[in-house]
Structures are given as structure tokens and as C-alpha cells.
Design a protein around this ligand. Structure first.
Ligand code: AHR
Length: 500
């Protein structure tokens, strides 16, 4: 089956914000404790952070990490995580039915972010708390000194402020599961007032207001319209979240789910444009897609903890989805969608980064290892930076209950600052090879400089701590001649080809 694609140097979508490839660490399960932080682990640094995990995060080149939640943040008192560790309280985390030791707080996380070469994106609690706690936290984190909260930070060992630019105004405030859930109007007012106070401290902050937790929410997209009505001129981003699953065991439908993602982004982009016009605003508000991933493999096994049958364990194994080869294809399609919508989606956070629905897993006391989905994220993060190309794609497609004409080829293209090109491709066809014929117009590229392919595995094949069989191999057949890139894309495969 032929897949004809045209790329033209003058036909682009947008400059990609590198933060499109961000991620997320929540105080949830083993993300923090025995994930990033494990004093006594053979690779632990002087702060108790696992160096093996830091190396993998650095390999992924994660530009920004959202912290500390997630549902956790909606009943979190940030002050519990500062001061001498022996004085920090153990609290019950109502979101995940666990105990929180508070041995990691803002100081420790900031040290970790530094070591991992990433920026922090902090969330404030607008569930059980509100404006006052948010403004105190901001002052603690960003004010140089000479005020109550900034001097307390200095007393606690950090002289310089961290200068965090990006702040989330709560988390999933539309969700009935959220501690302190609000109606759109209640939340819109609180978010507006919180943004006003935070901006009174520093106008240059980048503020993220909560959009819907999922396009399945009954309040979507009215939620966005109401919340933006209150906040459009006070925020920079509206957050969207979406998780993907193949409970139905239907690969074709599963791999078409990014059509839903695309609709979701398109609808919210429409609400943003509507609100901008309604308010006669000159500003643009963008989307921060700050939670997305495949999440379903662990749902059943998590019941015991989440229903409280285990009491209040500290750092129990939760949301430890073990990803398979099929999920590689799904994550590849999702990332391609974000690249294609990079005109409106500026920030993205793969949820999450370590142990909790994550590309990186750890064994307590043992090794850290790469899940199958580590790789499409790695390739997009490392080579999907620059300018997104507006590709013309001509390829047969198929239909599902919710989408028609889903092309068998899912493709995104990016031109890097140095002129090199990267194409990310998923062949969704279950049995047929796609003969890629990609016409390159107006680019100064003449050679294949990298070709990585993931194919030929059973869809249910997984990686583990001792063996990672689902890993990329070098592609063999990609060629450029007379301004055309050709390659054979095997059925159900992921591929990245770079040209220079
Ligand atoms: O990422 C896991 C959870 O999913 C987050 O805590 C929450 O925001 C979302 O429902």
C-alpha cells in the first residue's frame, strides 16, 4: 500500500515550544519515594536521589516537570514539606489513600530538577485551600528575601529564589473525585482572584487555568467557556488532560483514538478563539496539555489500595502500568498529534515520569529500566524541536465508531534549527507494509542521518527490569533520491527517520 506525503519548506504549522515534551511527578505511589528518591540506593546522590533515574531523565531531555500533583495537590499543605525533615508531619493523602511522609518537599524537588536538568512547573492547591496559600507559596519560591516567606526559605537553606515561571491554578477542578471540586463558575472566580494576586507579585508569570479532565466529562466544553469567561485576560494557558486505553482489546480503534484527541484540541481552540473575540482581547491563550498517557493496565490491581483495604500505606505500588508494544504505537500517534497542533498546544506533560504510568520504572534497591513507551517519547523530545511542517498526506484509511478515514499512516514532520528534518511515523495497518514516498520540496537535505524502527513484536510484548526486548533497531532501507525519501514501513510499526 502506497503512502504519498509532500513536505514543503514554506508550508509550516508553527514553531514548537520545547515544553511540549514535558512530564509530571506527583506524590503518588512510588513516583517520588523509591522512584526519584531513595536514600540508601547504590546510585543515590548526597540528597538521596537515584542517579540511575536522573541519567534516564537526562537521556529523555525532559524540559519541564509538573509538581507536586495531580489529585494530590488538592489537599496538600506545601508548608509540610519545608524545614528540618525530622519535624515534618506524616499526613494522610486522601487522593491516593496513602501516607505522605513529606521527606521530599519543594527544596528537595528543586534539587532533583536541577540534577535532572529540567525546569519546574508548580501547581497550587485550589481544592482544600485557596488564594492565601498560593500567594505564600509563590513568595516562598520566587521572592529574593526581606519578607516573611522568602526569609523562611533562606533560613531553610536556600538563599536564592528558584524563579519558577509556570504555575498551575489547581488541578482537575471539574472532577467529582477532586478534593474541593468546584462548579465552573465557582472555580472561574477563584482562579481569577488567585491569578490576580499572583500577577500582583509578578506580571511575567505564566499561569495555567484548569480545563476539562477529559473530553468525556459531562461539563465539557461548557466548562472551558465559563472558566475562560472569568479568566481569559488573566491566564496564559488552559490545561487539558486525556488518558487512553484499550480495554476493548480493539487495536484499530485504539490506534485511532488520537482522532478524538485532535477533536478535543480543535474544540478547545475554538472556545479560546470565541472567548478572545467576545472579550475583544488582544492576548492569545494557549493549551497546556499537562496530563496525557496510556492508563489502563493497572486499574484492577490498584483497587485494594484505593478502596482503603490496605490501610494507609506509604508509597505503595500504584498506577504501575506495564506498557506493551501496542502502546508504543499509541504514544507515537499522540505525540504526532501534539506536533501537528503545536500552533495551539504549547506545553505537554507526559503523565507521569517515574513508576506511575511512566516511561521509567525502578526496582527498590535494584535497577531502573526503560518501558516500551520510553522510545517514542525519547525520539520526539530529542528530535521534535524546531518548526512543525504542514505535511500533505495521501494514504488509504479506515473507520471506527468515532472516526472515519483514519489514515493508515500517522506522520508528523519537524525541521530543526540546523535545517535537519525528522519524520515520526506510525503504520497502523495490521498486515500491510506502507511504501512511503515522501516528496521533499525546498529543503537542503540529501542524506538519511538516523533511522530508528520498532516493529515485529507481539502487540502484548512488554519490557521488564531484566530484559527490554521492545527497543528500537536501525532501519535499513530508507533512501533519498531525486528529492524523495522512500522507505518500507512494516505493518504495526513505529519509525523515526532523520535527514540532513
Ligand atoms: O496522573 C494521575 C492522575 O490523573 C492525576 O493525579 C490526576 O490529575 C488525573 O486524574
Amino acid at each position: 500500500m502506497r503512502a504519498a506525503v509532500t513536505a514543503h519548506a514554506g508550508y509550516t504549522i508553527s514553531k514548537i515550544d520545547p515544553r511540549l515534551y514535558g512530564s509530571f511527578i506527583e506524590h503518588l505511589g512510588r513516583a517520588v519515594y523509591t522512584g526519584i528518591h531513595e536514600p540508601g540506593h547504590p546510585t543515590a546522590d548526597e540528597n538521596g536521589f537515584r542517579r540511575d533515574v536522573i541519567d534516564l531523565v537526562r537521556e529523555l531531555d525532559v524540559p519541564i516537570v509538573r509538581y507536586p500533583g495531580g489529585n494530590f495537590v488538592s489537599a496538600y499543605d506545601w508548608e509540610d514539606g519545608i524545614g528540618p525533615k525530622e519535624d515534618r508531619p506524616v499526613r494522610l493523602d486522601l487522593a491516593w489513600h496513602s501516607s505522605e511522609s513529606n521527606q521530599v518537599g519543594i527544596h528537595e524537588f528543586a534539587d532533583w530538577a536541577d540534577a535532572a536538568g529540567t525546569e519546574m512547573m508548580l501547581a497550587v492547591n485550589l481544592g482544600s485551600r485557596g488564594l492565601d496559600a498560593a500567594r505564600a507559596f509563590l513568595e516562598y519560591v520566587n521572592h529574593p528575601g526581606g519578607s516573611y516567606w522568602s526569609d523562611l526559605r533562606r533560613k531553610n537553606g536556600r538563599e536564592e529564589p528558584w524563579g519558577v515561571k509556570m504555575w498551575c491554578l489547581g488541578n482537575e477542578m471539574d472532577g467529582p473525585w477532586q478534593i474541593g471540586q468546584k462548579t465552573a463558575a465557582e472555580y472561574g472566580r477563584i482562579a481569577f482572584e488567585t491569578a490576580k494576586a499572583m500577577r500582583a507579585f509578578d506580571k511575567s508569570l505564566e499561569l495555567v487555568v484548569c480545563g476539562s479532565s477529559s473530553p468525556k466529562m459531562a461539563t465539557y466544553p461548557e466548562w472551558e467557556a465559563t472558566v475562560l469567561d472569568y479568566t481569559y485576560d488573566s491566564v496564559d494557558y488552559i490545561s487539558l488532560h486525556m488518558y487512553f486505553d484499550n480495554h476493548a482489546g480493539d487495536t484499530a480503534a485504539y490506534l485511532a483514538q488520537n482522532a478524538r484527541l485532535d477533536d478535543y484540541i480543535g474544540t478547545v481552540a475554538g472556545v479560546l478563539a470565541f472567548t478572545k473575540a467576545k472579550k475583544r482581547s488582544k492576548r492569545d491563550v494557549y493549551i497546556s496539555f499537562d496530563e496525557w498517557n496510556v492508563w489502563y493496565h493497572s486499574r484492577e490491581q490498584d483497587r485494594t489500595v484505593l478502596e482503603g483495604r490496605d490501610g494507609w500505606p506509604h508509597a505503595p505500588a500504584l498506577l504501575e502500568d506495564i506498557y506493551n508494544f501496542e502502546d508504543v504505537l499509541q504514544v507515537g500517534c499522540i505525540l504526532n498529534t501534539f506536533i501537528r497542533r503545536s500552533d495551539v498546544v504549547k506545553v505537554g506533560c507526559l503523565a507521569q515520569l517515574v513508576n506511575v504510568i511512566a516511561p521509567i520504572m525502578t526496582v527498590p534497591g535494584g535497577p531502573a529500566w526503560r518501558q516500551t513507551t520510553f522510545y517514542p517519547y525519547l525520539f520526539a523530545s530529542r528530535h521534535g524541536r524546531g518548526t512543525a511542517l504542514n505535511l500533505a498526506v495521501d494514504c488509504a484509511g479506515y473507520s471506527t465508531d468515532f472516526a472515519s478515514d483514519v489514515p493508515y499512516l500517522d506522520i508528523a514532520g519537524v525541521q530543526a534549527e540546523d535545517g535537519t528534518l525528522a519524520f515520526f511515523m506510525v503504520n497502523r495497518h495490521p498486515t500491510e507494509t506502507l511504501a512511503l514516498d515522501l516528496s521533499l520540496e525546498g529543503f537542503a537535505v540529501g542524506a538519511v542521518i538516523e533511522d530508528k524502527v520498532m516493529s515485529g513484536h507481539d502487540l502484548r510484548q512488554v519490557n521488564g527490569p531484566d530484559d527490554t526486548p521492545v527497543a528500537p533497531k536501525d532501519g535499513q532501507d530508507a533512501a533519498i533520491a531525486a528529492g524523495r525519501l522512500t522507505a518500507a514501513l512494516p505493518p504495526l510499526s513505529y519509525r523515526m527517520i532523520r535527514l540532513g
